[in-house]
Design a protein around this ligand. Structure first.
Ligand code: SIN
Ligand code: MN
Length: 263
């Protein structure tokens, strides 16, 4: 699958692409079925909300599940990423952010490069974050908010927030966010299951808590150019994978009709 010239132009201008209907209902059902047993596992890569009641983020999935090992090589993710970020990309991070009904906590305003650079020594903001909505995401169940155009700034000042949620994050302060929103507004990433989001390492984003009765799970794959690989290795493998082999796309039917060669 290739992005059109108009889509590439939108990505350059806004820093975000929202692509509805990229994955079918059957494909999303297969992803969700593979996810269910992973939620139950008691391991460091399953990070719970502060309350301890439910999973917040479930990481390292392509190393824990055969289906996810195929999903990270899906051509509808890998080919657009290569068009934007270059040919040789490695799998940096693979997770599902759960944001459970009633329990799912906020993700503060941040851009991913702050963490990639400060914690992992990634040199430049070249990684791409590719999301698949696994639930119907509405205004009510904690959608991601993006600030269009925020990606065109030089890396903004951040501070390390280790108290607001169970997940330490380099975040952007309120004054800076106020200025960015005055310029670019907010785009909520809402849509039916199977919608894909693509955004870069400098895009400022966050999401409110989920006080609705509806879950809001999102799959996230981060791909980074091999030439821009991490230089610091303090974080665990499930937060930044250390296999810098370029990802190779599988055939388009790899989720529903897996062949032995895909495994
Ligand atoms: C969220 O799941 O709302 C936050 C995801 C992200 O920061 O990539
Ligand atoms: Mn993020």
């Amino acid at each position: 699958m290739k992005l059109s010239g108009a889509q590439l132009e939108t990505f350059r201008r806004d820093g975000l692409l929202i692509l509805p209907g990229l994955f079918s209902a059957d494909e999303v059902a297969a992803i969700r079925a593979a996810l269910a047993p992973l939620f139950e596992e008691d391991c460091d890569a399953n990070i719970r909300e502060k309350t301890g009641a439910v999973a917040r983020t479930v990481m390292g999935l392509h190393q824990r599940s055969e289906l996810f090992s195929r999903l990270v090589r899906h051509p509808r993710l890998v080919e657009p990423a290569r068009q934007i970020a270059g040919r040789d990309l490695y799998i940096q991070q693979v997770k599902v952010n759960v944001k459970a009904a009633f329990e799912g906590d906020v993700w503060q305003w941040h851009y991913d490069f702050a963490t990639h650079h400060r914690d992992d020594g990634v040199p430049a903001p070249q990684a791409l974050n590719l999301h698949i909505l696994l639930d119907d995401v509405s205004h009510y169940n904690g959608p991601l908010y993006f600030i269009p155009g925020s990606h065109r700034h030089e890396p903004l000042p951040t501070f390390h927030d280790v108290t607001s949620t169970s997940y330490p994050l380099w975040v952007v302060d309120r004054e800076t966010v106020t200025g960015l929103i005055a310029e670019g507004g907010i785009t909520p990433a809402i849509g039916p299951p199977g919608t894909v989001l693509i955004f870069g390492d400098l895009m400022v984003h966050g999401s409110p808590g989920n006080m609705s009765p509806w879950d809001r799970a999102i799959f996230s794959l981060i791909l980074n150019p091999v030439a821009n690989a991490q230089t610091a290795f303090a974080r665990p493998e499930y937060k930044h994978h250390t296999d810098f082999t370029p990802v190779v796309a599988l055939p388009d039917d790899c989720l529903l009709a897996p062949h032995a060669a895909h495994v």
